[in-house]
Design a protein around this ligand. Structure first.
Ligand code: AMP
Length: 173
């Protein structure tokens, strides 16, 4: 299935969660097993040959595609979560969002030194979330092999914040 078919299923929700934001709703992809499978394949298959030790994924929509990718690649998962969710010792990073600011945490043992990590999230907007998360992975001694998003909002130029890492996004608006 082509990225174009997945693109057509994404639902635009104007003024969510704030006036002026055109929210890209991926739930129609999750509802349809063929679309969901195709989305996971697009993100996972390009890494079937390389060595990936962990898929790091960002709460909450990143968990959906990221888990599929990790299962397909046969590797572990590192959860990147909002404050107050992870029970163990964590490290954190704060950053600016398209709408507001945020902090993300991960367990200090989520990634081991030398591990090759694929970072997965649903959507690249301004790039702050992914840049902060890639920083956390590197702080723990991991190598960010690639940052993958199902969707890129190219007009927000988020790639400018991610020039240190390879970036892949099959669906571009
Ligand atoms: P950013 O740090 O600006 O790249 O924001 C990326 C994060 O915010 C992703 O985890 C997205 O899920 C979410 N996000 C930002 N803008 C949008 C949007 N217009 N539609 C859907 N999700 C968005």
């Amino acid at each position: 299935m082509k990225a174009e078919t997945i693109k057509r299923a994404i639902r635009d929700v104007p003024d969510f969660p704030k006036p002026g934001i055109l929210f890209k709703d991926i739930t129609p992809i999750l509802s349809d097993p063929k679309l969901f499978r195709a989305a996971v394949d697009l993100l996972a298959d390009r890494h079937l040959k390389g060595r990936i030790d962990k898929v790091a994924m960002i709460e909450a929509r990143g968990f959906t595609f990221g888990t599929g990718v990790a299962l397909k690649l046969g590797c572990g998962i590192a959860l990147i979560r909002k404050p107050g969710k992870l029970p163990g010792r964590t490290i954190s990073a704060s950053y600016e969002l398209e709408y507001g600011s945020a902090t993300l945490h991960t367990h200090t043992d989520a990634i081991l030194p030398g591990e090759r990590v694929l970072l997965v999230d649903d959507l690249l907007a301004t790039g702050g979330t992914a840049a902060a998360t890639a920083g956390l992975i590197e702080q723990l001694g991991g190598t960010v092999v690639e940052i993958e998003f199902l969707i890129e909002l190219a007009f927000l130029k988020g790639r400018a914040k991610l020039t240190r890492w390879p970036v892949y996004a099959p669906v571009v608006f």
